[in-house]
Design a protein around this ligand. Structure first.
Ligand SMILES: Cc1cc2nc3c(=O)[nH]c(=O)nc-3n(C[C@H](O)[C@H](O)[C@H](O)COP(=O)(O)OP(=O)(O)OC[C@H]3O[C@@H](n4cnc5c(N)ncnc54)[C@H](O)[C@@H]3O)c2cc1C
Ligand code: FES
Length: 491
């Protein structure tokens, strides 16, 4: 999978694997934004805290986003009931300030920059949505200012701006947080958790980590204790790309709201080179195109930027009403998930609420965020997701590449009634990978743009040789390298 602009030319964090049985008080599974922020909040609690990460730190989704820390989440507040909108707005505004405090306290150099977040519309339909959002924000008492002007060849039907939001470099922020945590909490990487038993989690090396409390921050809840999250989310993936640009775009932090075409734009600097980052539009993972970068590169041309410095993809989970699940799924087990691509403020809110409740069981998480809320389960949203998942489960299940087509990486063959994907490395022997998703058995697709095998159901992704990248699958795919034991006639 391609590295993001933030990850390119930057080293990963070096940590040990869990390679013996251990004990801790609080185990945090997942070392993305949420996991690291939970560790930060709990590091001085007087309890032993351990973060256990499946891949390498800084390889995750949180180092692949656009680094906007904002309470302005697209056109969102007008879709919520007024009392919930008020509470969500206050929480998110405060979360932005809490980043600034954390960054100061931990002395993290992550190019934190306060600027105005802008929502803009090019179409009349988008302008109508913006109008509703303006009304909702005014009712919440939000101060809306004049949008700053940037030299972009775009015409807006309408815009709104919220002052005092922020930009940061996602890689530098997480690397700084890891640095601040390393002497206070135990960090393990390359240690996928494959099973959770009573107060004990088991890594794929069969080592056990005993815990008193468990916080699951695996984006998709890796173990869901029958809260049926698989049907509670809509799954979106987005292409992103970075380009050299005019330094006069400094401070640009903009999202468009035109239906079906929503784009994210921001200015960034790495090694002091002015850069424009573009992302979007979001696409349901079951419809993800073979070349997701082509429309983005086309948009870039219209903006007068050309050679991409990096192209990558990232994904997130969208719950009903865009309200995440935060809190306990059973005694001593917490989850946080479903940030609808606004993970900075939600991760801060989740980490604050969970770390407080872990230490004070009397602390109450608002009902509209609770992980065990029932309303979502019996909603049209969940039914719609279930229908999409059923279609993804059956579609392509019986399709294989016609035999008269040349075999190449991505060719799908059927052997003994099962689908396998062919991989032909630049060097070495062709091999096969089992294309049945270990999570719930959906048929995996080849993604030529990112060189991954992707699941169209709940977003699991795997490297070409089958290593698990994204949850919910916790295990890797079976692969059959070299001389093929499944089919001796295949080399
Ligand atoms: C294109 C795009 C742009 C975005 N831009 C923004 C933005 O500008 N601002 C914003 O606020 N949000 C943004 N987001 C959203 C944000 O990136 C995510 O919401 C956030 O990164 C989620 O953080 P997380 O900690 O929950 O998950 P992750 O960062 O995915 O971390 C989860 C971790 O858990 C690990 N894990 C999973 N399973 C296991 C297991 N079994 N054992 C051990 N470890 C495991 C994973 O390897 C991973 O490291 C964007 C999202 C997308 C798709
Ligand atoms: S079946 Fe759920 S991610 Fe593949």
């Amino acid at each position: 999978m391609q590295k993001s602009y933030w990850q390119k030319q930057r080293p990963l964090w070096e940590c040990p694997q869990l390679n013996e049985d251990q004990e801790t008080d609080i185990a945090i599974v997942g070392g993305g934004l949420t996991g690291l922020l939970c560790a930060w909040m709990l590091k001085d609690s007087g309890r032993r805290v351990t973060v256990i990460e499946k891949r390498r730190f800084l390889e995750n989704n949180s180092a692949r986003n656009t680094g906007k820390v904002s309470a302005l989440h697209g056109a969102f507040y007008h879709t919520l009931p007024a009392d919930i909108a008020q509470s969500v707005y206050q929480l998110n505004r405060t979360a932005v300030d809490h980043y600034e405090q954390l960054i100061r306290t931990a002395d993290i150099a992550c190019r934190w920059q306060r600027t105005s977040a802008v929502l803009a519309a090019q179409s009349e339909e988008g302008a109508a949505i913006l109008n509703q959002e303006k009304a909702a924000l005014s009712a919440l008492g939000a101060q809306l200012g004049d949008p700053p002007s940037f030299p972009l060849p775009l015409t807006w039907a309408d815009q709104l701006a919220m002052a005092d939001q922020a930009l940061l470099d996602p890689w530098l922020f997480q690397a700084g947080l890891l640095e601040a945590l390393k002497d206070k909490v135990t960090l393990y990487e390359e240690s996928p958790v494959v099973e959770i038993q009573d107060h004990c989690l088991i890594s794929d090396g069969s080592y056990r980590l005993r815990f008193k409390d468990l916080i699951l921050t695996t984006q998709f809840p890796a173990f869901d204790r029958l809260q049926l999250y698989a049907a509670r989310f809509h799954y979106q993936r987005e292409a992103a790309a970075a380009f050299r640009c005019d330094p006069a775009l400094d401070g640009l932090m903009l999202n468009t709201v035109d239906p079906g075409q929503a784009l994210s734009l921001r200015f960034a600097r790495k090694e002091d080179q002015p850069t424009l980052i573009l992302a979007g539009p979001a696409i349901g993972i079951h419809h993800y195109p073979k070349d997701p970068y082509a429309p983005l590169l086309q948009t870039a041309k219209t903006l007068g930027v050309h050679q991409p410095l990096a192209c990558w993809s990232a994904q997130d989970l969208i719950p009903r009403r865009h309200l995440p699940f935060i809190g306990q799924i059973q005694d001593h087990y917490w989850i946080a998930s479903g940030y609808s691509k606004w993970g900075y403020t939600w991760a801060m809110i989740a980490a604050e609420m969970i770390s407080t409740q872990v230490q004070d069981p009397a602390f109450v998480i608002p009902e509209y965020l609770r992980a065990r809320r029932k309303g979502d389960l019996f909603s049209l949203y969940t039914l719609g997701n279930a229908a999409t998942l059923t279609e993804a489960f059956f579609k392509d299940r019986f399709i294989v590449t016609p035999e008269n087509q040349p075999r190449r990486t991505g060719t799908v063959v059927r052997l003994h009634g099962r689908r396998y994907g062919v991989v032909i490395p630049e060097e070495g022997l062709e091999f096969l990978v089992d294309l049945t998703c270990p999570h719930m058995g959906c048929p995996l697709h080849y993604n030529p743009a990112d060189q991954t095998w992707d699941c169209p159901c709940h977003g699991s992704r795997f490297t070409l040789d089958g290593r698990s990248l994204y949850s919910p699958s916790n295990v890797s795919l079976q692969h059959y390298p070299g001389v093929n034991s499944l089919h001796p006639n295949l080399k």
